[in-house]
Design a protein around this ligand. Structure first.
Ligand SMILES: [Mn+2]
Length: 325
């Protein structure tokens, strides 16, 4: 390569770090509202009508666009560029006309994700509160999806989110993993929940999960280590299509302070990203990162940075899985 070409390449590489320049998109990817020419669709789901505690998560997609636009990069652990291997585009935000009604929001959002599924696009979504996951699953999983049945689930969270209807709706932030089973969208035998920790509202709060899923309390992750947990996850979810849903509150508030339902004494980012790295080889067909409340983030934007790195990791896992097909 000539000196001039070298210098140009170096300049382009350094520009990947410019979070302050250009038009911000998720992971600095092209904005494609029409869904054309897309393998992996990055989506904002700016909605927090499902969380009665903090309701600022609707601001997260914009905040993650601002920061993750400088994460159009290559992971050191993979040395693999998902953006040249796959067509990764920012498809914009889920249209939410009936934003004041959680049941109608779930309906209209499911239509959006069903359209993506029909075109073979793998969705990677920035919420929103955790109620965004059920319409995503209704779009991409179950008998009428291209997977033609329930899919596997890897769910990171401080909380079980497998509770019945409450506060006037079934479509609240803590319901996705029960509804997912009841509606045949996720296979409970291929579902793991990782990182539950913190004080509970009542002693039976985790009962549905403990009966139906392989649950790794955070204590078990720390006691047995991430190599053990990753091996167990590979065993339980197997080769089939598997979705990855990440509530930022699984992390200690040192690593993700700006979350809707913070719990102290959480997972370290070293443990968390170590697990994601060990999920390479799984058939990850989509994912989401939820519960970020930008107004609670500090000036260093810790939670925005963490969300951006997570987004890049999910895209890598989905891209590698698609290339293996
Ligand atoms: Mn949670």
């Amino acid at each position: 390569m000539s000196d001039e070409a070298n210098a140009r390449q170096l300049a382009e590489t350094s520009m990947r770090y410019w979070h302050w320049a250009g038009v911000p998109t998720l992971l600095g990817c092209p904005h494609r509202k029409d869904f054309d020419d897309t393998d992996i669709g990055l989506v904002g789901f700016p909605y927090s009508g499902g969380n009665a505690i903090e309701r600022m998560q609707y601001l997260a997609p914009r905040a993650v666009r601002n920061r993750s636009t400088s994460y159009h990069r290559v992971l050191r652990t993979t040395r693999f560029d998902p953006f040249t291997a796959c067509r990764v585009n920012d498809l914009g935000d889920v249209p939410l006309v009936n934003i004041l009604n959680p049941d109608l929001v779930a309906e209209e959002a499911a239509v959006f994700f069903r359209q993506m599924d029909a075109r073979g696009i793998a969705p990677v979504t920035v919420g929103g509160d955790h109620s965004v996951t059920i319409p995503i699953l209704r779009g991409i999983a179950g008998a009428s999806s291209r997977h033609k049945g329930p899919i596997g689930m890897i769910h990171f969270d401080a909380h079980a989110d497998s509770w019945p209807a409450v506060n006037g709706t079934a479509h609240h932030a803590g319901a996705a993993f029960r509804l997912g089973v009841e509606e045949g969208l996720i296979d409970p035998r291929r579902t793991v929940q990782i990182g539950l920790h913190g004080a509970m509202g009542d002693v039976d709060q985790d009962a549905f999960s403990l009966e139906n899923f392989r649950v790794f309390m955070l204590d078990e992750v720390v006691d047995k280590g991430i190599d053990y947990v990753a091996k167990e996850v590979h065993r339980v979810v197997g080769d089939g299509p598997t979705y990855l849903s990440i509530d930022l509150d699984v992390l200690d508030i040192a690593y993700a302070p700006a979350v809707a339902d913070p719990e102290v004494n959480g997972m370290t980012s070293r443990e968390f990203f170590g697990l994601l790295d060990r999920f390479r080889g799984l058939n990850i067909c989509g994912g989401d990162v939820v519960c970020y409340c930008p107004p609670l983030d500090g000036p260093a934007q810790i939670t925005a940075l963490t969300s951006s790195e997570i987004l890049l990791h999910i895209v890598n896992l989905v891209a590698e899985a698609r290339l293996r097909k």
